[in-house]
Design a protein around this ligand. Sequence first.
Ligand code: AMP
Length: 114
Amino acid sequence: MSDCIFCKIVEGTIPSAEVYRDERLYAFKDITPQAPLHVLIVPTRHIATLNDLSAHDEGLVGEMVRRAAAIAREHGYAERGYRTVFNCQSEAGQSVFHIHLHLLAGRPMGWPPG
Ligand code: AMP
């Protein structure tokens, strides 16, 4: 989608700190990290919100979650712990309307989230 910042990051027209890439996923460091490790995992195809997922996307979402776990493990957080978050729509804190899974690790996390 032409005006989507995460589509531009996937295409490389906006720079980012790459963590992982394959045909279906791109992972990069969050520009405003909220933890020592803060990575965003996004599909390379534009999907605006979780509400726009179809049954066809179940495998893709599974890949996003498994990639978050793999990145956490690579950074040494598999046993210590980490948090994964999808924000959906503005009230939940979604500010970029291209779905992304936050992976946060490296500090104690409170509950409930703010
Ligand atoms: P959300 O608020 O859940 O939609 O998350 C959007 C995230 O994208 C925020 O954590 C931002 O810090 C992050 N973000 C926005 N622009 C960029 C960018 N150019 N590079 C990396 N992360 C970004």
